[in-house]
Design a protein around this ligand. Structure first.
Ligand code: LIP
Length: 277
């Protein structure tokens, strides 16, 4: 599938983007088959720990290797940056989480997904999130809207914190003190606060209205770049992630239904516009 190199002379940049978008669905679904097989075949204690609360399975590695080699074959000039193997963030880069929510995966909780985005010179162009157990396939392309299994997505219209459900992500990368402060602020403004253990799925749930917002004080780019584009294309307000942080180092994440975004931003201290930095 040597799409890019064979065709670069004959096709323009937007055709190449179309090729990448079609490829994105194919590769995430094929990785999904592999991840589902790994999930069905898993046994207790077959994971390793990369650090505190940071799980790794053979399936994470196999899924990333599969996606990496498919991209290298189809678009050999594109860069690759993955959770397990790292890579380059220069130029046109695919950002890949082979399983987001690995802790859920290891315990038989089917709330996990594969998350893949494509960023062209700093601009997120497309993203997809796929849960191979529920077969929920979310995708978006910049300026063209977002879909869940082909159905157009829109964020919730919740306008009052007294009716809001906000998911707050956690990782040991941030001190418990800062996390607890954000939690207490979200409770203070009146919202219900959840945590389900997959940041990428959490963003997908903002895009489809199951949650009203997602907040995490630090996320890696492979977990959130695809989801932030999906939320934005579904009509949500998102923080300027790549201005607050960068692809390699990550940064804070806020994605919300528009009526609540400003209040959440003030409560947790994550700006919604780069000029407010
Ligand atoms: C983790 C997410 C978790 C989020 C963390 C981390 P992993 O990813 O699932 O919900 O809060 O920032 O990124 O390790 O499962 O790919």
């Amino acid at each position: 599938m040597h799409i890019a190199r064979a065709c670069t002379k004959e096709i323009g940049v937007s055709d190449l983007m179309d090729q990448r978008f079609a490829f994105l669905e194919k590769v995430i679904r094929s990785a999904g088959r592999l991840v589902k097989q790994g999930y069905d075949a898993r046994t207790a204690n077959t994971h390793a720990m990369k650090g505190p609360q940071d799980f790794l399975t053979e399936t994470d590695l196999a899924s990333e290797a599969h996606i990496r080699s498919a991209i290298a074959e189809a678009f050999p000039d594109d860069s690759f940056f993955g959770e397990e193997g790292g890579g380059s963030v220069e130029g046109n880069v695919w950002v890949v989480d082979p399983i987001d929510g690995t802790a859920n995966f290891t315990r038989g909780v089917d709330h996990f997904c594969i998350s893949i985005g494509f960023v062209a010179d700093g601009v997120p162009e497309m993203g997809a999130i796929y849960n191979p157990v529920t077969e929920a396939f979310y995708c978006a392309r910049r300026g063209q809207g977002a879909t869940l299994n082909g159905r157009k997505l829109g964020v919730s219209n919740t306008a009052a914190f007294s009716a809001a459900s906000i998911e707050l992500g956690w990782s040991p990368r941030i001190s418990n003190e800062r996390y607890l402060h954000a939690l207490s602020e979200l409770l203070r403004i009146g919202s219900n606060v959840r945590r389900l253990g997959s940041g990428a799925m959490a963003l997908a749930h903002v895009a489809d209205g199951r949650s009203d917002a997602y907040v995490e004080l630090h996320m890696n780019s492979w977990d959130c770049v695809p989801g932030l584009l999906i939320v934005s294309e579904a009509g949500g307000a998102v923080c300027p992630y790549l201005a607050l942080g960068d692809l390699r180092a990550g940064g804070p994440v806020l994605a919300a239904t528009p009526a609540l975004a400003e209040g959440i931003s003030k409560a947790v201290g994550i700006p919604l516009r780069a000029d407010l930095l």
